[in-house]
Design a protein around this ligand. Structure first.
Ligand code: FAD
Length: 392
């Protein structure tokens, strides 16, 4: 089949690669004039890693990843530390795939190379989708004055998806009351005790911080989320180190040692959207953030997009016609992604709980919320999901 994909983000490219490997003709239309990604890290858990490795990307990913030994919880003011879970060989033993951290640009680069190796001209740049027509037997994409026709259309055009607007209308996102800071720090700018290869979730009343290493330990990744009324939902809006530090006033000195050294802090508002009941309509569907935008609290936005790509490709292989393939894809993905989106919203309350304010109450709260059993219940179903085998 001839499949048209709008958007060359992590979602669109994973879908393109999976479809090309299944023998379909695929074209990806990307509005940006050149392929680039944000300066930020992304955590890929076993459910995402399993798909990427099955697409033949393991060797290329291993060259640029960081595989942390574990994850820790730290308390916002005292810095007290609890083990959250073991990663490294433990993730492979328990879930059959690793949990790793990677610079978004590196993952993007690996996907682009793999897509182009199968079809050098599969990705067209500087072409903006302005609409489409589905006549029941083909779908025609409008790219300004140009028209291209295919059997199916995949809207992988991100959180502000135009294709989603056409398919389901503007769903009026709700501001969650939180905004996020992100930034990268060259590792040699940080005190030695912070250069550890573990992921850390700092938790505190009204905010939390995630940090981990990237690019084989050369870069330190910082994401800080605070309850603050600031509403621009953009991943390219700059802030200042002073403004970021003010949002974490009273937090541990390690947090400020990181913030002082962020090369360029960016900030984005966290908006919530109700999950959709379906992603597919006739010959068109949605994938990745276009289908199920999420808050970052479970670190599953990219993982879901990766899973989507694999399930979508398998549906095209299993069903002979595009409409059935797309409706089976939607049926296979809606419940899981809705549960993840809702789970991420719930996590904010846990990370920012008022019980964390005083050290004594905080200890009891962390012990209860991050006990081994609770953590297993919260994460096992996420990491165990196998998009390469799940029924479609
Ligand atoms: C700082 C940060 C940290 C994150 N951390 C994690 C994490 O640890 N783990 C995790 O799983 N997820 C994480 N996420 C979420 C994850 O990155 C996203 O869910 C994921 O990248 C979504 O990919 P996508 O391909 O669906 O969308 P996008 O990456 O947004 O790609 C959409 C593409 O479509 C293009 N496009 C849009 N409109 C048009 C048009 N009209 N015509 C042509 N092209 C168009 C855009 O230019 C863009 O290239 C994080 C996100 C951020 C911002």
């Amino acid at each position: 089949m001839r499949i048209l994909i709008v958007g060359a983000g992590i979602g669109g490219l994973t879908a393109a690669l999976a479809l090309l490997r299944e023998g379909h003709e695929v074209e990806v239309y990307e509005q940006a004039p050149r392929l680039a990604e944000l300066g930020a890290g992304v955590q890929i858990s076993a459910n995402g890693a399993r798909v990427l490795f099955s697409l033949g990307l393991e060797a290329a990913i291993r060259k640029v990843w960081c595989e942390p030994a574990g994850k820790e919880i730290r308390l916002w003011n005292t810095g007290e530390t609890w083990k959250l879970f073991d990663l490294g060989s433990q993730s492979v033993a328990r879930y059959g795939a690793p949990y790793f951290m990677i610079h978004r640009a590196d993952l993007h680069g690996v996907l682009i190379d793999a897509v182009r190796a199968l079809r050098p001209d599969a990705i067209r740049l500087g072409v903006r989708c302005t609409g489409f027509d589905d006549d029941g037997s083909t779908v025609t994409l409008r790219l300004g004055d140009e028209r291209v026709t295919g059997d199916a259309l995949i809207g992988a055009d991100g959180v502000h998806s135009g294709i989603r607007n056409i398919l389901v209308g503007d769903d009026k996102p709700v501001f969650t009351g939180c905004m996020a800071w992100r930034g990268l720090v060259p590792i040699d700018k940080l005190p030695a005790h912070l250069r550890r290869n573990v992921g850390v979730n700092w938790v505190g009343p009204g905010g939390h911080v995630i940090n981990y290493l990237l690019r084989r330990g050369e870069i330190f990744n910082f994401v800080g989320i605070v309850e603050r009324d600031w509403r621009v939902e953009s991943w390219t809006e700059r802030g200042t180190r002073d403004e970021c530090a003010a949002d974490f006033a009273g937090w541990h000195g390690d947090i400020h040692a990181i913030i002082r050294n962020i090369a360029e802090p960016y900030k984005w508002a966290l908006l919530g959207r109700e999950p959709l009941a379906r992603f597919s309509f006739g010959r068109a569907t949605l994938l990745g953030d276009a289908a199920h935008p999420t808050l970052p609290m479970l670190a599953q936005g990219a993982n879901m997009a990766i899973e989507d790509g694999m399930v979508l490709a398998r549906c095209f292989t299993s069903y002979g016609d595009a409409e059935t393939a797309l409706s089976q894809y939607s049926a296979a993905r809606v419940d899981r992604t809705a549960k993840l989106v809702r789970g991420a919203t719930e996590m904010a309350k846990r990370f920012h709980n008022p019980a964390l304010r005083e050290a004594a109450g905080a200890k009891a709260y962390v012990d209860a919320q991050w006990s081994e059993q609770t953590v297993k219940q919260r994460y096992d179903w996420i990491f165990e999901y196998d998009a390469t085998r799940v029924a479609v």
